[in-house]
Design a protein. Structure first.
Lengths: 197, 250
């Protein structure tokens, strides 16, 4: 058979999903790989995300943010997966919902890091971050999402986005500091700072 | 600390999340405050470093293909597509029908042929089984016509083109048997009809024809005693490309 003539209630063209979703493929995969830290799991996650999104496409309201919608599906799929549950139960996000103080001052290991172009060191440090910090940093810096988009993706208020982002950045700096101290011996990085964590 | 309130907002500033007014105030402050400007620079550099480091993984071509195939609308499984196609075809039949009856009085034999071709194209696509030989392989489709039509013709090689062969069927135009092939290009279906020139009811002079009052693009030419028609709702460029492939193959 070539075509079946049947009746369907859905009114969105299936090919418009493909047109919207495929341009996001590379970045969704990158994000999935950062979340799962495993190639096979990342592929499964992306595959499942696309299947779920296609299935739920009729519930997606045109005119709203498709990218945030896709990321939300991917993230929720990850968080409810076995691995996702495992990594999230070990993370406490206490105090942030009250809008705890943001990092007030930063040291300069980042500058050194940047100058040395030590990309792998930075990647390793991001990998070590708790998943909630890792994802928000990636959404903000790599996906260049606005706070509003991040809020939509993570289903949290903008205030939480700001405080969590700040804590994520501070946490990353903390992780980088000892390694950079080891490698560079630069005096500038010994400055003690309260990161509000 | 005098800079406390500025520092608190430094992230928002670097992330471009402050209003235009705040942005200007910030710029002014940074020019006068080495501490804050150094801090802002550091944060911006870190942002950039994470951005570069964060673009780390690339999916394989095979994986992309696999997902794309899994979400692409599949004609053989898509009830929805079939239904939409039938609805679209019905609408087209209405339009063509209206056009046909309006011009019935003045229509020449040539126009009659074009209308017939358009009708055949639409009616076939609206059918639940548009093709009798289902194959993407020209070496399967071509022999299928043997003994069914009183002539032979060549099918083009489609590798490295955007077209794909969906199949073929026998057709009749004013009691003249011919071949009807259906191709797909970017979800549009294009029909190619082949008849013997001498059996056609009207002489067709033009080699190309763009029906102004029909919702289709069409191209027709004669080659080796055969008359070819390429018709569909695809763009004129697509119709022309497919026609060229046929010309080259014949």
């Amino acid at each position: 058979m070539f075509y079946h003539v049947g009746v369907s209630g859905a009114d969105l063209q299936p090919d418009s999903f493909e047109e919207l979703a495929m341009p996001l493929f590379d970045q969704l995969y990158n994000f999935a790989r950062w979340l799962t830290q495993n190639r096979e799991e990342a592929e499964d996650l992306v595959q499942e995300t696309y299947a779920k999104a296609l299935k739920g496409f009729s519930s997606f309201r045109l005119g709203t943010n498709f990218r945030a919608w896709m990321y939300r599906i991917l993230r929720n799929t990850f968080l409810t997966s076995r691995k996702g549950l495992k990594v999230t139960t070990t993370v406490a996000l206490d105090a942030e919902e009250e809008g705890s103080e943001v990092a007030v001052e930063r040291d300069t290991p980042e500058t050194l890091l940047f100058e040395r172009s030590n990309r792998e060191l930075l990647q390793a440090a991001i990998d070590e971050l708790p998943v909630y910090f890792r994802e928000i940093l990636l959404l903000c810096e790599v996906e260049e999402m606005s706070y509003q988009e991040i809020a939509e993706t993570l289903s949290v208020p903008i205030g939480t986005v700001m405080s969590r982002l700040s804590r994520a950045r501070a946490s990353l700096s903390d992780r980088l500091r000892p390694q950079l101290q080891q490698g560079s011996g630069a005096p500038a990085i010994a400055k003690g700072t309260n990161h509000g964590l | 600390m005098v800079c406390e309130s500025w520092k608190e907002k430094l992230d928002s500033y670097v992330d471009g999340e402050v209003s235009e007014k705040e942005m200007r105030a910030f710029d002014a402050h940074l020019r006068s405050c080495p501490s804050c400007s150094a801090d802002a620079l550091t944060r911006a550099q870190m942002k950039r470093a994470i951005q570069v480091a964060g673009k780390r993984f690339t999916p394989t071509v095979e994986f992309r293909k696999r997902v794309q195939q899994s979400i692409a609308p599949k004609p053989q499984r898509s009830f929805r597509l079939g239904w939409m196609l039938a609805a679209a075809a019905a609408a087209v039949i209405l339009v063509v029908g209206t056009f046909t009856s309006a011009y019935l009085g003045t229509r020449s034999g040539r126009d009659h042929v074009f209308s017939e071709i358009a009708d055949l194209h639409v009616a076939t696509l609206a059918s639940s089984s548009p093709v009798d030989v289902i194959s993407t392989d020209r070496h399967t489709v071509k022999p299928w016509f043997q003994g069914k039509i009183p002539f032979a013709f060549n099918l083009p090689e489609l590798q490295n083109s955007e077209f794909s062969l969906l199949g073929g069927r026998m057709t009749y135009l004013d009691q003249t048997p011919g071949a009807h092939l259906i191709y797909d290009v970017r979800k549009h279906h294009i029909s190619v009809f082949v008849f013997q020139e001498r059996s056609l009811p009207a002489r067709i002079e033009e080699n190309t024809f763009s029906p102004k009052k029909m919702p289709f693009n069409m191209e027709t030419w004669s080659q080796g005693g055969l008359r070819y028609f390429v018709i569909g709702d695809a763009s004129p460029a697509d119709i022309d490309s497919l026609a060229k492939l046929f010309r080259a193959a014949s």
